[in-house]
Design a binder for this molecule. Structure first.
Ligand SMILES: Cc1cc2nc3c(=O)[nH]c(=O)nc-3n(C[C@H](O)[C@H](O)[C@H](O)COP(=O)(O)OP(=O)(O)OC[C@H]3O[C@@H](n4cnc5c(N)ncnc54)[C@H](O)[C@@H]3O)c2cc1C
Length: 309
């Protein structure tokens, strides 16, 4: 395993430790979590989205939370997503929403989660909005795709889309199945700690698979969200779309809030659609630890923030 891969595994393991999570939950907002999270409250998040929109950036809003263990928590999350959609309408934000199925009760009962999703998608459809289902760790890949297929059949590609991860061996086959239906996909490398039985251990393979998935999905004529900060891959995709004459309204770049912001703006200046995944809410810790794991150098920035206060 490479040094980067090892660091990533170590950070994700440490993140699961109760003492570590307790420390961050207590001091997080003091030490600069807001670099990655727009705000804890929806009202402040709306202002952050307006600011991004003014710069020509599109947004997808993520009400933070995952792996909920009670129906009440799943209900609360669904209500917040509905409120988020209303805020998008009321403030005329150029934004859609992203959701995680485990936040909507998937681990309690898939039927509960499906019912929550139907409620969200019915509302989204009535408002002309779009909902993207994030992809979580490999134990839920199968059920996530299964629920997506059921929802897709009812609501279609204009209302619901999915994420696939290039680090999983299975993804090429999953993409083919979804492309045959015309699904709108976001392609990511994958952010979870996965065993070598299911995911490529070498980064070079993850990157190669990433490019292959994006190219194949665009060549199949499906809308593709190229979600990465990897400049080499972004340049490759730009050249590919020019060569294959893929229209610029058939794909978009996506990046995370607070990461590679100047690259986001450069792409907007060049006339590309760029969407910023903008998380908000109090349950930021798991999201935050994945951002540290991707780039352990981010820890220095956190430590500096802590001692500066
Ligand atoms: C819009 C969006 C949505 C996502 N949704 C999902 C999802 O549903 N499921 C899922 O598993 N994963 C998701 N991810 C995370 C993704 O899987 C990767 O973990 C993450 O994007 C880092 O990989 P990379 O493609 O940027 O490439 P990398 O090769 O990891 O990084 C390339 C370069 O990007 C910069 N960079 C990357 N990460 C960071 C960071 N944390 N801090 C600072 N700089 C960084 C660095 O300059 C790095 O050299 C999403 C990512 C994006 C952008």
């Amino acid at each position: 395993m490479s040094m980067t891969g090892l660091m990533r595994k170590l950070v994700l393991t440490a993140a699961g430790n109760k003492a570590v999570s307790g420390f961050f939950q207590k001091y997080g907002m003091r030490i600069g979590v807001q670099r990655f999270v727009a705000a804890e409250q929806l009202e402040l998040t709306v202002e952050a989205v307006k600011q991004l929109n003014r710069q020509g950036l599109l947004v997808t809003l993520d009400y933070l939370g995952e792996s909920v263990s009670s129906r009440e928590m799943a209900d609360e999350a669904a209500d917040m997503v509905l409120r988020t959609m209303d805020a998008i309408r009321d403030h005329r934000l150029n934004s859609n929403v992203s959701v995680k199925l485990t936040q909507l009760g998937l681990l309690i009962d898939p039927a509960l989660c499906l019912a929550q999703m139907k409620k969200l998608l019915a509302h989204a459809k009535s408002l002309g909005q779009f909902v993207r289902i994030d992809m979580e760790d490999s134990p839920v890949t199968d059920i996530t795709i299964k629920l997506f297929l059921e929802l897709f059949e009812q609501y279609g590609a204009d209302t619901v889309g999915l994420v696939l991860q290039s680090y999983l061996y299975r993804t090429a086959a999953d993409r083919k199945q979804l492309a045959a239906l015309g699904a709108n996909l976001r392609v990511v490398k994958g952010a979870y700690k996965e065993p070598k039985e299911v995911a490529f251990p070498a980064k070079a393979d993850v990157d190669r698979s990433y490019i292959e998935l994006c190219e194949a999905h665009m060549e199949d004529g499906c809308y593709t969200a190229v979600a990465t900060h990897d400049e080499r891959i972004i340049q490759h995709i730009i050249q590919f779309t020019e060569k294959k004459k893929i229209p610029r309204d058939r794909f978009e770049f996506q990046m995370l809030y607070g990461i590679s912001s100047s690259l986001q703006l450069r792409l907007v200046e060049q006339g590309y659609r760029v969407r910023v995944y903008t998380p908000y809410g109090e349950q930021w810790y798991p999201y935050f630890s994945r951002r540290i794991a991707e780039r352990p150098a981010n820890l220095w920035f956190v430590i500096r923030g802590f001692f500066r206060k």
